[in-house]
Design a binder for this molecule. Sequence first.
Ligand code: GLC
Length: 722
Amino acid sequence: MKRLSNILLLFFLTVPVLAQPYLDPGRSVSERVDDLLSRMTLEEKIGQMTQVNFTLYNSTGRQDKVDLIPEKFIPLVRDHKIGSFLNGVAATPEVWERYSRQLQELNLKHSRLKIPLIYGMDHVHGTNYVTGGTIFPQPLNLAATFNDKWGREMGRVTAREAADLGHHWIFAPILDLAVNPYWPRVYETFGEEPLLAQRMGSAFIEAVETEPTIAPYKLAATAKHYLGYSGSDSGWDRTPAQIPQQYLYEFFVPAFRSAVDAGVDTVMINSAEINGTPTHANPRLLDQLLRKELGFEGVAVTDWEDILYLVSRHRVAHNEKEATRMAIEAGVDMSMTALTTTFPAVLKELVEEGAISEERIDKSVRRILSLKFRLGLFENPFPRADRFDRVGSSEHREMARMAAEESLVLLKNEDQLLPLQREIKLAVVGPNAFTKRDVSGGWTLNHQGGREEDYPARVKTVAHALKVEFPNLVKAEEADVVVAVVGEHPYAEGSGNIQDLTLPEEQLEVLKSAFSYGKPVVIVHMSGRPRLLGGFDEMADGFLWAGLPGFEGAPAIAGVLSGRINPSGRLPLSYPSAPGHFLPYHHKPQEKSTAAYPFGHGLSYTSFAASALEISENTASVTITNTGKVPGRHSVLWFLQDEVGRITRPVKRLRDYQSIRLDPGQSERLEYTITSRDLGYPDREGKLVLEEGWHTLSVEGQKIRIFQRDGRVIRTDKGEAL
Ligand code: GLC
């Protein structure tokens, strides 16, 4: 009897697969896509191109609760055939697993062809929407480590904590450039240097998309926001950017080229306009550059409601129908309509009128179905609840702690005041010292940073961490040293728009008061961008740029002040000295930087020296020695300056970096191999221009001039033949 039932079971399992090849995992992705596409109606195809927010079907209609009301969800799949959903707020792994399971069950029940849904989440600095999840420093802090390991580790940990919960699609990394310090998303970037975004962003992508321990799941990463989003003139979120084509190729394109080369599955499009054309309606960027020049074959998803914003914000279209046609013709694959469900009907009308061909629809649906097949969603559509011990595990938190420690940048240390002796009488002032949310910033627990009471007990404030590190906390009047903790409060996107880079008056008051006691003052600055401190940093004896170091950040800050941790971070952006003037370090020769603290600045409690810089053919080498008394980590930065260029050349560009740890007296020899791309620059069409001539190679104070022809170094200024 049992044998018969097994045969029958096998029969009923195999018939669908034989009858419907797209269900056969043994077939190639393209075969499965072809078969499935051939079975789909136009509505079903367009539904796959639609992504809506969870608030359309949760119980509150607000971004405050992860749950679903079947009566609200089912019509989205049954009637609108929608194939993708997104977003949430911090919820426990148990809640997420139950929610994702129910969502997929209802979806498959009401999807005629049983196409699994794909779910997108903004896990941009750890699993920021999972209660108990590991929260890394924000990307700007990771960049300050100049250590790609932390881009990789954040991707690995994020994948391991999110994959089981039905979070198939990670809307990270952000590859925008922090070239305007006013921009409210500076903390989400890897700073002002494209190389950092290229290497750290790609490390994150590869980790998320190839992490083997999340089997049987696979996740998709997202290169965002394509392209030029951070180049806005006003520094406000989603405002116009005027970016010359050549500058776009030289500074904004490289990180996306590296992401595509790293195999990124998806790209999210920039909401703003460049040079008068909204990116969502720009075929030159979405098709010619992204597809033909960079070779991207994945899914291009809009950002939030951005097709509708072509009408309401950019006013390049009279109505949704015209906007939809522009966006699809430009190259959009999926619309994050977010809060509306009109997109499918509008697009269907355009196809039925012949304005958009079904062949064009098929092109996008192919990409979306290919993604779903590649992620294994047809075979493993459901979450699992047997590996929750990974969420917030001690091993994961150790990674976040180490990254936080390496991310702190000591900008000033007058008369070697720091590190402070453990026994001193220390006063701690400043509102940011007594809150948890100010240590992590936006995109934590929820979009705008969550409520203080929602932060886990294990997360420490800076004041608490200092109390642990320095037992004698006293009032400022009695103190030997005053620590003033200032900075921003959490924000994300438009809520972070500012008109003055200087911190608000109440923060300056804290600093003024801190100095009024006539004691040495150490400033700890926790912000998402280099806010100005009204000149008080010039008076300070110590100044620590902490950025937004995440859940493990407060003990790291305390550890640097006590010397338990030797700071090694270096600025990944130029820190302005005045509100009205800012330049990235890679500015042009006719400009002059007035940065208070330049790109790459960062002090240590030990000292390092570079020696014996040599070059052989295209490989340069240098010896780095710890010449101080304590062990320390040091990131070694290699710069090239192209001395003459037909298109004006930046005064210098970072071309390589390594992070090494040395004991006192220990040395290490490092190499950097110069590539043609390092010696040349893109022209207005993105084509590499290699003009023979002299370049100056500099590394940690050592310099050498090299002469290159066709990308080959053929001599140095010491006349040596190579
Ligand atoms: C937001 C952000 C984008 C995010 C998306 C989904 O508006 O611009 O970075 O991934 O919407 O939340």
